[in-house]
Write a protein that binds this ligand. Structure first.
Ligand SMILES: [Zn+2]
Length: 60
């Protein structure tokens, strides 16, 4: 049994390059880039986001 359901959440992450804090959606359908430096913060694989930045806060 899978007890961990994939849920939609907003994550606050810190860009590893420029330390910009940004809120991203963990089920985004497209890669998410840092608004300041353009570094990729989250990539998508099969509908799941792979967060490549440091998560500092999880909403919801
Ligand atoms: Zn950045």
């Amino acid at each position: 049994m899978i007890t961990k359901q994939p849920t939609s959440k907003f994550l606050e992450v810190v860009c590893p390059k420029c330390k910009n804090e940004q809120t991203i959606f963990n089920k985004a359908s497209r890669p998410v880039a840092c608004l300041v430096c353009g570094n990729i913060l989250s990539e998508t694989t099969g509908g799941m986001s792979i967060v490549k930045a440091k998560i500092v806060k999880v909403y919801g």
